[in-house]
Write a new protein. Structure first.
Length: 82
C-alpha cells in the first residue's frame, strides 16, 4: 500500500466515522498501527539528475521531446527506488 493509499484510507475512515458509522475498534487499531509503522520509516531524500545525466538523455532523445521527458522520468524513478 502506498503512502497516498494509506492516508486516503485513514481519511475515508475518519470521514465515515464522523457521519455516524459505528466505530470498529479493530479497524481503528489496524489503521493506527499502519500509520505508525509508516511514520517510523525514515524519509527518503529525493535524488535528482546531474547536468551530465540530463544532457545525455537530451542528446539521446533529440528531437523527440515527449521521449526525452519519458526517459527523464524513468531515470528519476530508477534513482529514487521506484
Amino acid at each position: 500500500m502506498t503512502d497516498r493509499e494509506l492516508m486516503e484510507k485513514a481519511c475515508d475512515f475518519l470521514l465515515s466515522f464522523s457521519v455516524g458509522e459505528r466505530l470498529d475498534a479493530s479497524k481503528v487499531n489496524d489503521l493506527i498501527y499502519a500509520l505508525r509503522n509508516r511514520l517510523a520509516q525514515p524519509e527518503r531524500q529525493w535524488v535528482g539528475l546531474t547536468k551530465e545525466e540530463a544532457k545525455e538523455i537530451s542528446l539521446a532523445n533529440r528531437p523527440y521531446v515527449i521521449d526525452m521527458i519519458a526517459a527523464l522520468e524513468a531515470r528519476l524513478k530508477e534513482k529514487n527506488g521506484g
